[in-house]
Ligand binder design. Structure first.
Ligand code: ASP
Length: 299
């Protein structure tokens, strides 16, 4: 299936992480088709995943931190004018991507964090809600019981939606949203809201987004690195693979232990993806098709 990444897609093109990214990309395409802007398309595509409570790693339904509190991270970038907005450790609001976009569009800042980010959301008319679903609470209680028995060391539950889009007129943008690592230390911020780590867009070159263990991405500015490799002429898949190998060399650990996965989209419409997780899939939606693709596995 990874051969499909070499296939040419025609604009508008959306690419996102994980199978849940497929319906998000389809939503993005329909928003654009109905006359919305590319930024509307990306925001509303990601909103769909954020509001899907069956997705336990993004938005409402996301697994909480070690205290049982859902803390969300998100970032948004517009390739036109190098604009960015981000929110970290946001509590009580199910659509952090929309808060990130609002920060980008209405303030002179890039990132707000914690309780002041929630205050900003409230002041901007976002509806707060109890974010801990019954299912997520049950998982958290199970985690606490495992921890009390001393076997909750290796919590693997996490994922992110990183969604990148290229409109027919060449406009490039992207967004990234997650509840982060399940049962993380309260206040932990991952790669997703950090510009250049979980997400990077350069309107004249391309865009990249990440999913996996944020600590292994943010110490290498993974998404920025991929865009820079594309600037040097690499295809999106080559750029993702090279960034993963760079991280692997830095960590001096087997790649399969790193959990770093990327999607990328070049300004000319070429898409690509690579990861260290065998289960990593990405979704691509273009003018005429909607497909799930198995990215290049880097080992
Ligand atoms: N990168 C996210 C984080 O570390 C989690 C994931 O995408 O799996 O917060």
């Amino acid at each position: 299936m990874s051969g499909q990444l070499a296939a040419s897609f025609s604009k508008p093109i959306f690419i996102a992480t994980w199978p849940f990214g497929k319906s998000a990309c389809e939503k993005s395409k329909s928003v654009l088709g109905a006359g919305g802007s590319l930024l509307d398309a990306i925001e509303r595509g990601i909103n769909l995943t954020e509001l899907d409570e069956t997705v336990d790693s993004v938005g409402y339904g996301g697994l909480p931190n070690a205290d049982g509190v859902v803390q969300l991270d998100a970032s948004f970038m517009d390739g036109r004018g190098q604009k960015a907005g981000a929110v970290a450790a946001l509590e009580g609001y199910p659509n952090p991507i929309s808060v990130a976009r609002r920060i980008m569009e209405t303030t002179r800042h890039v990132m707000l964090a914690g309780s002041d980010a929630a205050r900003f959301a409230d002041q901007n008319g976002f509806q707060s809600r109890d974010m801990l679903t019954a299912e997520a609470r049950k998982s958290w209680l199970d985690f606490k019981a495992r921890r009390a028995r001393g076997n909750a060391e290796d919590e693997k539950s996490h994922d992110t939606i990183s969604l990148l889009g290229l409109a027919a007129d060449g406009h490039l943008a992207g967004g990234c949203s997650t509840s982060g690592l399940a049962y993380k230390l309260p206040g932990r911020v991952g790669d997703s809201p950090l510009i250049g780590s979980g997400l990077y867009v350069d309107g004249s070159v391309g865009a990249a987004g990440a999913t996996g263990i944020g600590e292994n991405v943010l110490r290498y500015c993974g998404s920025f690195l991929i865009v820079e490799f594309m600037r040097q002429g690499m295809t999106p898949t080559e750029a993702c693979e090279k960034a993963i190998r760079r991280i692997g060399a830095g960590e001096q650990k087997p790649l399969e232990q790193l959990s770093v996965n990327f999607v990328a989209l070049r300004q000319d419409g070429l898409v690509g993806a690579a990861g260290t997780d065998v289960e990593f899939l990405c979704a691509v939606v273009d003018a005429s098709q909607s497909v799930l693709i198995r990215p290049s596995l880097v080992r």
